[in-house]
Design a protein around this ligand. Structure first.
Ligand SMILES: Nc1nc2c(ncn2[C@@H]2O[C@H](COP(=O)(O)OP(=O)(O)OP(=O)(O)O)[C@@H](O)[C@H]2O)c(=O)[nH]1
Ligand SMILES: [Mg+2]
Length: 419
């Protein structure tokens, strides 16, 4: 079962701005009319409820939104690139691979986050026209889309997890109430890895995970050990099934619960439903076992049979109701330490001396602007200087000691200071 995977996502690149001049009969010198490029598409992650695993990202791992169209003459704006939506199961947690930062916790059905912004469209030459600069012969390139490697992790395995001793009848119950077709056999450890099924209850549904049976010492690694206890922690509700033909249902029950507690005391707080199964085999014994367990636990114990479906409908309705309560509870508890995704600030910038006659400008607006300018085009450098003056960056550079001929670094672009 795939519960973590890394993928690469990239927003679409912005379209290039155009250099063009208005042409009309009898108008000898038309003004600039080059249009802007469109913005690149964004990559979204979306929490859905009809995908239960990350399997779909096993083969395809690179996703890019559509690039923006280039600007055209006559002020034609390039088309914005289409966004793409990547569906992930509700309960997926997203980290930035490089920094390790938590980017998003898609805990609520329908929740969407932008994971990579598209690049801005470059400005066409019309944008740069002023009273003193009537025919700018330069435009901007489109900005590259944001690129990031992300790690998707499925924190929630299933709404309900089946726990119990080996051979208790967990897989058979899953097969009886869901669309899953697990392997069933009359020996312990038939189930070797979790399997998910979808259970429909009226118009609602929940996912039910079949988990391998636990044995004494599981918390120390016996049987199938830790791996599965880890999965158990990732269920909202646990359905603990006990074989009705067992001579001592209370001991069976406590053995499992002791292992869970030893692994993680927090598992005690997970909502629990208890059912005695295989009731068709020995109906009276099933009632007796349920009564004994119920007396021991001080709560209702269900009597079911996967074979005859006895009690199955009532039990799944109860599980659905509990899942809804737990979902509402999870939605009401905001995840810890979640950074809020904000567009980068346009206003702030810093100027740092980065060596002999070398200065580094940081800040979203200046760096983006300079990187997008096609510095090979005539007049583009002057345009940059004018903007840097207007934004106060030229002044900051001079204060930091920058002189004519020094190198100024804006992200990937290096300029020689002429200001
Ligand atoms: N008659 C009857 N037999 C059942 C019922 N549920 C399970 N069984 C039988 O009990 C045996 C074990 O069932 P499984 O569903 O494989 O048990 P499990 O808990 O998944 O076992 P592991 O995967 O090995 O941990 C199989 O032979 C099933 O046919 C039931 O409701 N009625
Ligand atoms: Mg099984």
């Amino acid at each position: 079962m795939l519960d973590a995977i890394e993928i690469h996502v990239q927003g679409g690149n912005g379209g290039h701005g155009m250099v063009s001049y208005h042409r009309e009969k009898f108008v000898p010198q038309g003004g600039p009319d080059g249009g802007d490029g469109g913005r690149g598409g964004r990559v979204y992650l979306r929490a859905v409820d009809d995908v239960y695993t990350l399997e779909q990202y096993r083969s395809k791992k690179k996703f890019k939104a559509v690039n923006g169209g280039n600007g055209g003459p006559n002020l034609r704006h390039g088309a914005n690139g289409a966004d793409i939506y990547l569906d992930v199961p509700t309960g997926t947690v997203v980290h930035d691979v490089e920094t390790g930062d938590l980017i998003a916790d898609l805990e609520t059905l329908g929740q969407e986050v932008i994971i990579a912004f598209g690049g801005r469209g470059g400005w066409g030459n019309k944008r740069f026209a002023t009273a003193t600069n009537k025919t700018p012969g330069y435009s901007q390139k489109g900005q590259d889309g944001e690129e990031v490697d992300i790690r998707l992790e499925l924190r929630m395995l299933a709404d309900v997890g089946l726990i119990g001793l080996p051979n208790a009848g967990k897989s058979t119950f899953l097969a009886a109430v869901s669309n899953a077709k697990p392997k069933i056999a009359n020996y312990p450890f038939t189930t070797l890895e979790p399997m998910l099924g979808v259970v429909n209850v009226g118009y609602e549904r929940f996912t039910l995970a079949d988990l391998p049976g636990l044995v004494e010492g599981a918390s120390e690694g016996y049987g199938l050990g830790f791996e599965f206890l880890k999965h158990i922690r990732r269920c909202r509700v646990l359905l603990h099934v006990v074989d009705c033909s067992s001579p001592d249902p209370v001991t069976d029950y406590e053995l499992i619960e002791t292992e869970l507690r030893a692994y993680d005391p927090k598992l005690d707080d997970v909502a629990r439903v208890v059912a005695v199964t295989k009731a068709d085999l020995a109906p009276e014994m099933a009632e007796d076992s349920a009564a004994i367990l119920s007396g021991h636990l001080g709560k209702k114990v269900w009597v079911v049979s996967a074979e005859s479906q006895q009690g199955a409908e009532e039990l799944t309705a109860e599980l659905m109701a509990l899942v809804n309560i737990e979902k509402a509870r999870a939605a009401a508890t905001p995840p810890e330490d979640l950074p809020v995704l904000r567009p980068p600030s346009e206003e702030r910038f810093t100027v740092v001396r980065a060596g002999e006659r070398r200065y580094l400008v940081e800040g979203y607006r200046p760096v983006t602007f300079v990187q997008m300018m096609d510095t090979g085009m005539a007049g583009a450098q002057d345009e940059i200087i004018r903007r840097l003056e207007r934004w106060g960056i030229a002044k900051a550079l001079r204060q930091a000691g920058a002189e004519r001929g020094d190198t100024i670094v804006f992200g990937e672009v290096e300029l020689t200071w002429e200001g």
